[in-house]
Design a protein around this ligand. Structure first.
Ligand code: ZN
Length: 506
């Protein structure tokens, strides 16, 4: 039995190494690759994905798993052995459902689609990518069809991102949030907002990123086990447990992306680095599905970006450094004005630049459109129009150009449609739920943040969340960390208190 476990581990580790190679090729594609290489890169990725998929459906893996049948009962639940077998079994069975031929077609399509989106974005013309997106929708529905037991075509996509979650559960949480959030946003935007013109530069890009990366070091991101690069659309990725990459973009005209988008990706990076403690495969080495939960991952990027990085204690410590970095712009600006400016609530068109309050409305719009596309009630060609209508309904504004509308996010143009967005808002909800739990556990959170010391917060997160890797499902982990199921109450408490104070609400 011990040797069979060793065989399983060796088999999976070799598969994870191939997964690492795809992650590196994708990272390169989004950072340094010359655009002309898109088709070749698509072929290379497709070749690797084919090999990985064949390994996951290989009868040899099935035979090893059969041999281990019943072993789970003789080991503690959630022990390394039991967790490893569970992950392997899930991936084997899941992979058998999705034909290799489909995977190859999907990978080839995605590489071309991403390049196509770049052209459409440059031209700010949805028409350039419309036909490609129709194929993406067909592929997304074809993927759903491999799971005929699903109640909704979005379910298999959501499950790919978050094992155990369904469209119904997402709707429950979103409904709960929306009911309190919409009136709160209305009350806030009726009040006079702070002057945020101070955030419009020029702020040299390199200086913004240098500042953010210094903070990353203070947070505890280990640059001996990771690095960063410029990109078009920021992301973080794990090549391997000791090779975690974050990417960033910055605009000279605004302080937002260079600082806050970088801190966001650093949050993802901290989680990736911390998960090494779970050991091979349980550190998420096989990727999705059945890998990291996007909602949990996003809870960490949001926690570090917003709950820490947009808090008053954080800036009480870091504002003098930022003033020294940009003396002309910030020297005469009091901390309170700066803090109000970076937390200004204002309906806007671009998701990634949105404030904490309206951000979730951007996500709910995308999820609503995804559902409509999958249900067949919205044709792809009407997507830009539908996008504008929902922005007008929820935010009271609409984009004039596709670049500020339906083309702004890479997700539908580099993956499938149906499970790409809910994780952001679920991450906001869970980030607040975890943060409240950390404070309740007597971890010195705010005092530490106010001194630029993050060791006790990171230590608590490492201990309760990161070190488990993918050992627990999303609901199980939430329950273990907070003693409760996923709930919007802590997040709504946080938003009401923070923005109530900033905007002088009763
Ligand atoms: Zn993120």
């Amino acid at each position: 039995m011990t040797s069979t476990i060793a065989s399983l581990r060796a088999y999976l580790v070799e598969t994870a190494d191939l997964t690492s190679a795809t992650a590196l090729l994708s990272w390169d594609q989004n950072t340094h690759m010359p655009p002309a290489a898109a088709a070749e890169r698509g072929r290379q990725l497709a070749a690797l994905h084919r090999v990985i998929h064949q390994r996951l459906i290989d009868p040899e893996l099935g035979r090893i798993l059969d041999e281990l049948e019943g072993l789970e009962d003789r080991h503690p639940a959630n022990s390394d052995v039991v967790s490893l077998i569970r992950v392997a079994r899930y991936r084997h069975q899941h992979s058998l459902r999705v034909p290799t031929e489909f995977r190859v077609r999907q990978a080839e399509h995605q590489a071309g689609s991403y390049q196509n989106w770049l052209e459409a974005w440059e031209a700010s013309d949805f028409g350039v990518v419309e036909e490609t997106l129709e194929t993406t929708l067909d592929l997304s529905l074809e993927f759903s069809s491999f799971f005929p037991e699903a109640d909704h075509p979005a379910d298999p996509h959501i499950a790919t991102a978050d094992t155990g979650l369904t469209a119904t559960e997402v709707s429950r949480v979103f409904g709960e949030l929306r009911a309190s959030l919409v009136p709160l946003v209305q009350r806030v935007v009726e009040r006079p907002g702070p002057d945020s013109s101070v955030l419009y530069g020029p702020f040299p890009r390199e200086a913004q990123v240098t500042f953010a990366l210094d903070v990353a070091r203070d947070f505890g991101f280990d640059f001996g086990r990771g690095n960063w690069a410029w990109t078009h659309h920021p992301f973080a990725t794990k090549i391997s447990p000791d090779d975690v990459r974050i990417t960033t973009r910055a605009s000279e005209r605004h302080l937002g992306d260079g600082v806050f988008a970088t801190l966001h990706e650093v949050g993802h990076g901290l989680y990736n680095q911390g998960a090494k403690a779970a050991g091979p495969i349980l550190d998420g080495g096989l990727g999705r599905p059945g890998g990291f939960s996007t909602a949990i991952h996003e809870s960490q990027s949001r926690l570090w970006e917003n709950l820490v990085g947009r808090s008053l204690p954080f800036w009480q410590h870091y504002y003098p450094t930022l003033q020294d970095t940009f003396p002309e712009a910030l020297h005469n600006l009091p901390l309170e004005h700066f803090y109000a400016a970076i937390n200004k609530v204002e309906p806007s068109l671009i998701r990634t630049g949105a404030d904490e309050l309206t951000y979730n409305l951007h996500i709910m719009i995308r999820v609503e459109l995804e559902r409509a596309l999958l249900e067949g009630s919205l044709p792809v060609r009407e997507l830009p129009e539908a996008w504008r209508a929902l922005y007008l309904r929820d935010l009271g504004i609409e984009p004039e150009r596709d670049r500020e509308g339906v083309l702004q996010d890479v997700h539908w143009y580099s993956g499938l449609i149906g499970g790409a967005f809910q994780g952001y808002t679920l991450g906001n909800v869970l980030g607040a739920q975890f943060f409240e739990a950390a404070k309740g556990a007597d971890v010195e959170v705010e005092g530490g943040v106010g001194r630029g010391e993050f060791g006790s917060l990171l230590g608590w997160l490492q201990d309760t969340i990161y070190r488990h890797g993918i050992r627990f499902s999303t609901p199980e982990l939430v329950e273990r960390v907070t003693g409760k199921r996923m709930t919007t109450a802590p997040y709504l408490r946080y938003l009401t208190e923070k923005f109530g104070r900033l905007y002088g609400l009763d």
